[in-house]
Design a protein around this ligand. Sequence first.
Ligand SMILES: Nc1ncnc2c1ncn2[C@@H]1O[C@H](COP(=O)(O)OP(=O)(O)O)[C@@H](O)[C@H]1O
Ligand SMILES: [Mg+2]
Length: 258
Amino acid sequence: MSAESAAILSVDRVSIEFAGVRALDDVGFDVPAEGVTAVIGPNGAGKTTLFNCVTGLYRPRGSIRLAGEELLGRPPQACSRLGVARTFQTPALVPELSVLENVMLGAHGRTSGGVLAAMLRSPATRAGERRLAGEAHLLLERLVPEISGHTPVVGLPHRERRLVEICRALLSRPRLLLLDEPAAGSTGGEAREMVDGVVEASREMDATVVLVEHNVPLVLAVARHVVVLDHGRLLAQGPPDVVRRDERVIDAYLGALA
Ligand SMILES: Nc1ncnc2c1ncn2[C@@H]1O[C@H](COP(=O)(O)OP(=O)(O)O)[C@@H](O)[C@H]1O
Ligand SMILES: [Mg+2]
C-alpha cells in the first residue's frame, strides 16, 4: 500500500449478536487515512453498533486495528488513549457543565501528572490547563462561533450540542474521529456547511473522519470511500460513484435517490 492509501483502521471479520439478532455479521473493511469514509445503510443496519465496537463499548469477535494496534479487548479509555474519538447519535454532554467545561473533558486523556499534580496545581499543571482551555476556545470559535464558552449546555439547540460534542472529541487530538449522524435534523445547505467545517478542522488536526450519515447527497459530496451495511452485513464498499450505482445498494437503501 502507498502511504496515501494506508489504512488507519482495519475492521476484519467482526461479528456480534444481541438476543439472537446478528447486529454485525462478519464485517470487514479498511478506512484509508486520507479522506472521509462514510458508513451508510438503513436503520438497524449496524452502524452505531460498529462505532460501539471500535470505541471499546462492545466486545465483538474478529479484529479491529488502529494503525496496526488491536483495539478489541481494550476498554473505552484505552481506545481513546490510542486515538479513537466519537460522537453519539444523541449528544452525550454533562448538563451541569458549561460549553467550555464540556469541551475540556475531551482533554482528559492528554493531561499527565495525575491526581497529585492536580491537587498541588503546580505552575506546570496550571500552564497546561490554560493551554488546553485556549485550544478548546479556538475549536469552539471555529466550529460554533455563535455561542460563548460560558453558556450552559442545557437548553442549547441540537445542532449546537452536536458541535460542542465534536469540539470535545477533537480536543482529545484523535487519529480517528467517528461521527454518528452529526447533521441529523439539519437541512441541505446547513448540513453540508456543518460537515465541511468539521471535516476541514479534522484534516488540519490529522484526524481521519468516519461519518455515519443518512443524507445521501451529502455523503456522495464529502466521502472518498463509502461502506454500506445492511442487516449487519457489508453490502458494498468503494468510491461514492461506484457504490451509488451498485444494484444491491440501490435495492436495499438508495432506491430512487440514486
Ligand atoms: N445493546 C444492544 N442490545 C440489543 N440490541 C442491540 C444493541 N445494540 C444494537 N442492537 C441491535 O443491533 C441492530 C443494529 O442496531 P444499530 O447499530 O443501532 O443500527 P443503526 O445505527 O445502523 O441504525 C438493531 O437490531 C439493534 O436493535
Ligand atoms: Mg445508529
